[in-house]
Design a protein around this ligand. Structure first.
Ligand SMILES: [Zn+2]
Length: 271
């Protein structure tokens, strides 16, 4: 099945366009039926898609697509507000969730998946993987995947290492374990809680085709900055896709990625 990338299908991304139209046209469907269909569709994200890369930093630069990504959740005080905002804006995003936070409040990632977002892995304990032996790092990742699988019934292959920290040996082990490492191109350092205006500025001045935008779940200033970011990007003609949608597009050929050392430390040539 070819997934629908049309902006108007964003709330139920992961389904084919036909399925999107059917779900829309057959209204009123009971909410739980739609939610179940969307949860089912979540399985497609990383297992039925033809992901064409082992690492993703940026999507196809010929496509006017961007991926909004939110790390470190779920967060009981913020995730419902973030989901409400994304639903209002009709935007689909990717949540890189921390396994132990998932187990604390499993309903939150169910809500994420049921709303058509992608739920991906940000380890179980949010440990810097470059500080672990590769086999222990893989075990940490698998624990994070298991937490997602337990709740959604669909594991993920998509991993983002905390802090973007990795080593060549770790990357090799990640590939061997059939995970896909996802980093980012645009970082507002929102976890330092700068003003919403600065978050908007940092993203909007740097974003371009195929951008993977790093933000965090649990930051008040990010919630405040998002409507302007989304509306401006939409006005510039960007479509919002998930990382698996981006990673399954043709034209992604990343074989080596430089190491991210600091939030400002994206090496020259990355964007
Ligand atoms: Zn993180």
């Amino acid at each position: 099945m070819v997934a629908c990338h049309l902006a108007e299908c964003a709330p139920i991304a992961g389904l084919s366009h036909l399925a999107c139209l059917l779900l829309d046209r057959l209204a009123p469907l009971p909410d739980d039926v739609v939610a179940r269909a969307r949860l089912e569709a979540h399985r497609e994200y990383t297992f039925e898609r033809k992901i064409t890369c082992t690492e993703l930093v940026r999507g196809n630069t010929h496509l006017r697509d961007v991926a909004l990504t939110f790390d470190d959740g779920p967060h009981p005080g913020f995730t419902p507000r973030l989901l409400a905002l994304l639903a209002k804006e009709k935007v689909t995003a990717t949540f890189f969730v921390v396994g132990k936070e998932v187990m604390r409040d499993p309903g939150l990632i169910q809500e994420e998946a049921a709303a058509g977002h992608e739920v991906a892995n940000h380890t179980y304990h949010h440990i810097r993987l470059n500080t672990l032996r590769p086999d222990l790092a893989i075990a940490e990742m698998k624990e994070g995947v298991d937490a997602i699988d337990q709740v959604l019934g669909s594991p993920t292959r998509i991993i983002r290492p905390p802090g973007g920290e990795y080593t060549p040996a770790l990357l090799k082990a990640v590939r061997k374990a059939h995970f896909v490492t996802v980093l980012w191109t645009d970082d507002a350092a929102d976890y330092l809680r700068p003003s919403p205006a600065l978050i908007e500025h940092r993203i909007l001045e740097s974003v371009s085709n195929g951008s993977v935008i790093l933000l965090h779940d649990g930051i008040e200033q990010t919630l405040e900055a998002l409507p302007t970011i989304i509306e401006t990007l939409r006005r510039r003609g960007f479509h919002f896709v998930t990382v698996s949608q981006m990673a399954s597009q043709p034209g992604i050929h990343i074989t080596e990625i430089p190491q991210v050392k600091k939030w400002t430390g994206l090496p020259p040539g990355w964007r």
